[in-house]
Design a protein around this ligand. Sequence first.
Ligand SMILES: [Zn+2]
Length: 413
Amino acid sequence: MTSVQLLYLIIGIVVADYIFDQSLDFLNLKSSKSELPQKLTGLYKPEQYAKSQNYLKTQSRFSFITTAFSLSLSLLVLIFGGFGWLENSISTYISDPIVLSLAFFGSLFILSDILNLPFQLYSTFVIEEKFGFNKTSAKTFVMDKLKGYLIGIIIGGLLGYSLLWLIFELQQQFWWTALIVIAAFSLFMNVFYTSLLLPLFNKLRPLEEGSLKEQIKAYAKKVDFPLDSIFVIDGSKRSSKANAFFSGMGKKKKIVLYDTLIENHTEEELVAVLAHEVGHFKKKHIVLSMIISFGQMALMLYLLSWLIFNEELSAALGAQALSVPINLIAFGLLYTPISKLTGILMNMLSRKNEYEADAYASLTYEASPLKSALKKLSVDNLSNLTPHPTYVFVNYSHPTLLQRLEAMDKLAI
Ligand SMILES: [Zn+2]
């Protein structure tokens, strides 16, 4: 293909992706019903339900504006060869190809972050604030940004430097060594996320002695779950939305509970939520999804190795000669349809796993506190109770509340 044809192809993909996402958003918004599904009547008070629908509308409208903005920006940059221009400008100051590539990605990141800043501010301090979710202070927002930049420079710099070095040294053969580096890095992050990265953003404290801790321990013992420690994290510092997860590999598992979750749930509900998480572990969902992402990464890097040294591709984005960083961007855009497809497949698998984890919690603990916890979480987060099935199929990593409740009811029969 010539560089002009490649540019048209890339623009076609960007526009098609935009239309695809927007149509789904539109379908989803239209399927929002003013009546609650029968099984969920009584879950919301009428004014609460109206609020949840208003939340969906506000978010959809906001995302319509942000995506239209980023589409226009992408098209302008593509049509006027903005990527080539940026790389060319930096190359007058930096000649080392690896440092040049890092500077190129760094500048792109900073530029896009500055352009996105008004939207981030509006989302956090206007929308989330209006619906009562926002707990982020201006200070926390600024500190998060600074820490994010610092971590981006350290981790992005180290990982980026290693990967670019492999590309320039090994040429087309880089892909399998890069795969090993990325796999080792994600394993490292998985092990040390809770102990290294999370404390930079949140305060973690051990769960105090008491009946909740006793109940969690008793459950872990009953199902033979290798529980190491239980932490409470100050999620309330940023948002009233709640969560729970566990991390760590092998024999040492750390459970992390959001303070917002503890606040609004009974001890039985909290144990049931953890039983669901334990279900993911016991059913090997976590290992399986790591293996699958490894396979996806292998496919992506292999395909990348065929295009990374393609001169036409660089020219398509406005570079004057072969450019590795520009080809990385071009590849990312060309890869969109494949990542969309793998994303849908991953969501299908994830929804199946959610049912399995719910079933595990129902069998090893109890269904009713899990059901009431899921209902509470839906109400507190103003979740959309009637999303469009196609939207769910493409975008939902979890089944809808109604689907999960119905699946658990079937178990009981
Ligand atoms: Zn789950």
